[in-house]
Design a protein around this ligand. Structure first.
Ligand code: WT7
Length: 650
């Protein structure tokens, strides 16, 4: 059971920024009255509200009859309907948008490509036909392990066209992480590249794939895109060159019309146990909300040049780089590399050259830019920007103000969007033409979204007090299950309060009803906008031959939001050393990926435990933060352990 007593709010932020008048005048939703009216409509008759939205947002091959079939905690949305997401992203736009750029791509080395809706459609169809020729069919799982190149979007859309279920693995993940995910998903085919560019160097994707393959036996074929090398394939019958596969394929491919609840993708995300969860999303409900939230929250117009900087390896890349913008027929920017390559102004250079109108990025990036000072920003004309977005973790008011003033020139509204891999789309966010914003608050739930702050008995907490964030009613883009582990779906999300989705986040509302997120309440930490289960890092550490036990906790960090601190006890005969610290950090990087590498490793003689042997992470959190603990230690088995840990403070 999550502990609400730990949630103490320290923020007092009183600034309010109403939407600029000229922004509101042209916006999709123009006032708080309009927002409230939509919210009330949705609350009064959710079937009508979501049914109307579904008919507006999607092309339906066959109409649905039932909006929602809810047998808690299992939802089926838009039952009996049939559609295809690739058709909705491409075909239906072609009569009008064939020659409009769908994707503006920039590689890290500076190579550029503009891909029109017409061209994107051809590429998707050719690849879909190529996949078909390898035997991929409706329901098969397909792995995608690519750099941020247009082919990542092409691959996702080709799967959607065939009704195959994609599972994208972030290109920064290691061979081990890739193999676990491919094995769990039972992927039949893997789409990858020889490498990708990052910070001027090659990310060795192919090498990782080769290391993963022996332990991912379901993979029959590996399709390899040439991005960084000479096009030579590794030896063996499994490898197929991407170019050779699509060459000569027809550029038409009849979409597979799938049922609304047909699985669309599996995306792995960290939980509080060691094993990542395969979050499963289905087709129509996800698509309806992706399309709707992209248009409303980013207030899309036809001439927008929209840039969401997330990688397709995360859910933000799925919903707000690929599906949401393409369903809305806008132009979306894809940039391959690091934000500061070759110089600290790369992002601002991109915005100036493409005249980007919308920028959606993460607080950790904003804080990193802030550190670099205003100089790199001032070298560029950012006057094309009209809206800014933030996602991934709470944004501190200082970073929010810098974002607004320095990047947005004081004229762009900011949408601080709260959501999760599991929610599929944005849940709590300002509507930029309607909502007066407060720096650091995600403001209000979108119409139809019942995000409520409750205590552990399910009672609403009074304003100003912290509680647990639940979503108390189903919504179309909610996850449907944990792939291959239906029990975990129920236990993780629906066991705190029956029938209500538990987010794992703490939150409070202020006197005006604004929602303020307060971070995770479980053993999950948010590092640089990405969720990491501390248990995952711990299990990587104890997999090292010299480690006996490990506990990993988060410590507040100016840049990353949270830094990872690992407390490690060594097996007998091993002595602590700086070299070993390095070795362990590298080891975790290899097991999971660089994002999971601990920022600090502390060796300990013992770890604080309860009498039943559970590691008391809450005490370690205080030690890591250098705080004297005011916490209850009556259940601690050996108080000396804690004292000893404090003495090892550097
Ligand atoms: C967790 C979800 C949503 C896509 C990126 C991360 C935190 C996310 C915000 C925000 C405060 C936020 C929450 C949430 N989070 N956005 N605007 N304000 N916290 O997806 O990996 O599924 O992580 O990120 O803690 O539970 P994710």
């Amino acid at each position: 059971m999550a502990n609400t007593q730990e949630i103490v709010s320290v923020l007092t932020e009183s600034r309010v920024f109403p939407p600029p008048e000229d922004f509101s005048r042209r916006a999709h939703i123009r006032s708080m009255q309009d927002y409230q009216r939509l919210w009330d409509e949705a609350a009064k008759d959710p079937d009508k509200y979501w049914g109307d939205r579904a008919r507006e947002e999607l092309y339906w091959k066959e109409p649905f009859q039932t909006v929602l079939d809810w047998k808690p905690p299992h939802a089926r949305w838009f039952v009996e309907g049939k559609t295809n997401l690739a058709y909705n992203c491409l075909d239906r736009h072609l009569p009008k948008l064939k020659d409009k750029p769908a994707i503006l791509f920039e590689g890290e080395p500076g190579d550029r490509r503009a891909i029109t809706y017409g061209e994107l459609s051809q590429q998707v169809n050719r690849l879909a036909n190529g996949l078909k020729s390898l035997g991929v069919k409706k329901g098969d799982r397909v792995g995608i392990y690519l750099p941020m190149v247009p082919e990542a979007a092409v691959a996702m859309l080709a799967c959607a066209r065939l009704g195959a279920v994609h599972s994208v693995v972030f290109g920064g993940f290691s061979a081990e992480a890739l193999q676990d995910r491919m094995k769990d998903a039972g992927a039949k085919v893997l789409l990858t590249a020889d490498g990708g560019w990052r910070k001027g160097a090659v990310v060795p994707l192919m090498k990782n794939v080769e290391a993963a393959l022996p332990n991912a036996p379901s993979i029959e074929k590996v399709i390899v895109l040439t991005r960084t090398g000479d096009g030579k394939l590794p030896e063996g019958p499994k490898f197929v060159a991407w170019d050779a596969l699509v060459k000569g394929q027809s550029d038409t491919c009849e979409p597979e019309w799938v049922e609304s609840e047909h699985p669309l993708f599996i995306l792995y995300t960290s939980g509080s146990t060691g094993k990542p969860k395969g979050v499963l999303h289905t087709t129509a409900g996800y698509a309806v909300n992706a399309s709707l939230t992209t248009r409303w929250v980013f207030d899309l117009r036809d001439d927008d040049v929209y840039w969401c900087t997330a990688d397709v390896g995360w859910v933000t890349g799925h919903t707000y780089v690929v599906y949401g913008p393409l369903m809305n027929g806008v132009t979306t920017i894809i940039y391959e590399g690091a934000p500061t390559q070759p110089g600290p102004d790369r992002f601002w250079d991109i915005i100036e050259r493409y005249k980007a109108t919308i920028l959606y990025t993460a607080p950790t990036a904003i804080r990193a830019f802030m550190r670099l000072g205003d100089g790199p920003v001032k070298q560029h004309d950012l006057s094309s920007l009209r809206l800014l977005g933030s996602v991934g973790e709470p944004i501190n008011p200082e970073a929010w103000m810098w974002y607004r003033d320095v990047i947005g020139g004081g004229r762009c509204p900011i949408v601080d969007t709260w959501w999760q891999t599991e929610t599929g789309g944005i849940m709590v966010s300002p509507l930029p033409g309607a909502t007066p914003t407060k720096p650091g608050s995600a403001t209000f739930p979108l119409p139809g979204i019942h995000a409520e702050i409750l205590d552990r008995d399910g009672k609403r907490v009074p304003k100003g007090q912290g509680g647990l964030l639940f979503v108390t009613k189903p919504w179309p883009s909610m996850l449907r299950t944990v792939y291959g582990d239906p029990e975990r779906y129920v236990n993780t999300y629906f066991s705190e309060l029956p029938g209500m989705y538990f987010t794992g986040d703490g939150a409070r509302t202020d006197a005006d009803g604004y929602v303020w997120l307060m971070g995770r309440v479980d053993d999950v930490v948010n590092v640089a906008g990405h969720r990491l289960g501390t248990a995952e890092v711990e299990s990587a550490l104890v997999a090292h031959p010299k480690v006996s036990e490990a506990a990993v906790v988060g410590r507040p960090d100016d840049l990353k939001g949270t830094a990872l601190v690992a407390f490690v006890t060594l097996k007998q005969g091993n002595a602590p050393s700086e070299a070993l610290k390095k070795e362990l950090a590298v080891h975790v990087g290899k097991e999971i990926g660089a994002i999971a590498r601990p920022d600090e490793i502390r060796f300990a003689e013992g770890l604080p435990k309860t009498r039943s042997g559970k590691i008391m992470r809450r005490l370690l959190r205080d030690v890591a933060a250098g705080k004297q603990s005011s916490q209850d230690t009556t259940t601690l088995e050996d108080l000396n352990v804690l004292a000893a840990l404090r003495q090892t403070d550097e």
